[in-house]
Design a protein around this ligand. Structure first.
Ligand SMILES: [Zn+2]
Length: 174
């Protein structure tokens, strides 16, 4: 699918680039003083970014619970029994949390759109807490069952440090 792209230059904009769909057109807003080469580059970046946002499929809470049950079966012989798994939006400093007494797991909505193996890692991590509280050696031994633990932790650390960098232009808003 291709759609027309309309670039609008704005003198009020100094640094930010943003883009949104308007019917079948895509509007890209850029600072007035941007060069044509920069314009081409940014239009490409913003189109990819919009497409990525639109392709994100967010699992519902029921699917999330099913997925956690599957992961528990796969890595913990089904010993971790999640009663409920849901997304929460009030959790900005932690990726996941759990209440072992209730078997409930909560995942930060910030994980939505991240690679599947990263979301799975956070699920496996919280599932492991249903079996072992805290982050002692016994906990990490459990996590060794999940082959992408190190990779996922590296990914999440990267996200955290990127958050501390000066802001890159956002796809929407100013
Ligand atoms: Zn933990």
């Amino acid at each position: 699918m291709t759609s027309a792209v309309e670039v609008r230059r704005s003198a009020r904009r100094s640094r930010t680039v943003s883009a949104y769909r308007e019917g079948d057109r895509t509007i890209v807003l850029i600072p007035a003083r941007m060069s044509e080469a920069e314009e081409r580059r940014w239009v490409g970046v913003m189109l990819e970014k919009l497409a990525a946002q639109e392709n994100r499929r967010v699992l519902g809470d029921a699917e999330l619970t099913e997925r956690a049950e599957r992961l528990s079966a796969q890595y913990f012989d089904g010993r971790a029994r999640p009663a409920s798994v849901r997304w929460v939006t009030n959790q900005n400093t932690r990726w996941g949390s759990c209440t072992p007494a209730e078997g409930s797991i909560r995942l930060s909505h910030r994980l939505q759109g991240m690679p599947e193996y990263v979301v799975d890692y956070v699920l496996v991590h919280e599932l492991a807490h249903l079996l072992v509280p805290g982050h002692g050696p016994g906990f990490w031994r459990l996590l060794e069952a999940y082959p992408r633990t190190e990779r996922a932790r590296g990914y999440l650390e990267g996200v955290v440090s990127a958050d501390r960098l000066p802001h890159l232009p956002a796809a929407r808003g100013e």
